[in-house]
Design a protein around this ligand. Structure first.
Ligand code: C5P
Length: 237
């Protein structure tokens, strides 16, 4: 039975500023998506990577992957994505072959996650946890607010105890049946779920956290591109 990684890469990345879809932005001369695919395939345990492309961009993404050198032990599939991250992950799950029993879901927007983090997540799923999330303690204190119009002062509702909070990353790892059931049964309003483990929580199944890594940060805003370039430069030094 194989471990597969689903990489949702269908987002436009508007918060990063104007330009190409986020996953196709270049870091150190290589598209972010290729870094993310390599980060998954860096684990000997990952036998298949399913890339979820923008709805009309699957052929282009397939060409991009074919144009890069990737490890031999991993197969690649490209499928068209949907309007939300949740939909895109669901379409990736639909494409999984039968022999896959452990599924990672990894954001294309986290191109630099170290292989030790990937392996630790897989290990914890194989050891029996139905859902495993890498996460880090927070540096900032977090407040819950009553959101108002942009720019207006927002009333504070509460301040959760910081030491109990974790910022979650990807790859998140799942027993395949658990994740498929979560996607089939859990309805999320509005923009859909931003986190697959959250859907598993709503099923009532246990979710555990393992240590994440600073280099698994999500490239969201322009400053994140600067940090990603610096991390790559240090790795190459
Ligand atoms: O926008 P955000 O950074 O939260 O996106 C997280 C991941 O979900 C990104 O890798 C993005 O490409 C992906 N995504 C997707 N389909 C969408 C929206 C986002 O695959 N419709």
């Amino acid at each position: 039975s194989r471990t597969a990684a689903v990489i949702p890469a269908a987002g436009r990345g508007v918060r990063l500023g104007p330009g190409a879809p986020k996953a196709l932005r270049v870091l150190g001369g290589t598209p972010m998506l290729i870094h993310a695919v390599r980060a998954m395939a860096a684990s000997r345990a990952v036998g298949l990577v399913v890339v979820v492309a923008p709805p009309d961009g699957a052929p282009e993404v397939k060409n991009l992957i074919d144009a890069h050198v990737l490890p031999d032990h991993t197969d690649y599939l490209v499928v068209p994505g949907g309007a939300t991250r949740q939909e895109s992950v669901g379409l990736g799950l639909d494409a999984l072959p039968e022999d896959v029993s452990v599924v990672l879901v990894h954001d294309a927007a986290r191109p630099l996650v170290p292989v030790d983090t990937v392996d630790a997540v897989i290990e914890a799923v194989r050891a029996g946890a139905p859902a495993v999330v890498p996460a880090l303690p927070l540096a900032d204190t977090v407040k819950e607010v009553e959101p108002g119009p942009p720019g207006d002062p927002e009333p504070v509702l509460s301040t959760p105890v910081r030491s109990r909070l974790r910022a979650v990353q990807t790859p998140q790892g799942f027993d395949r049946d658990t994740l498929v059931r979560a996607h089939a049964e859990v309805a999320v309003d509005g923009e859909g779920a931003t986190d697959d483990a959250g859907m598993v929580e709503r099923l009532g199944s246990p979710v555990v956290v393992v240590p994440g890594h600073a280099e698994a940060f999500k490239v969201t805003r322009p400053l994140d591109l600067v940090l990603a370039e610096a991390v790559l430069a240090r790795r190459r030094a």
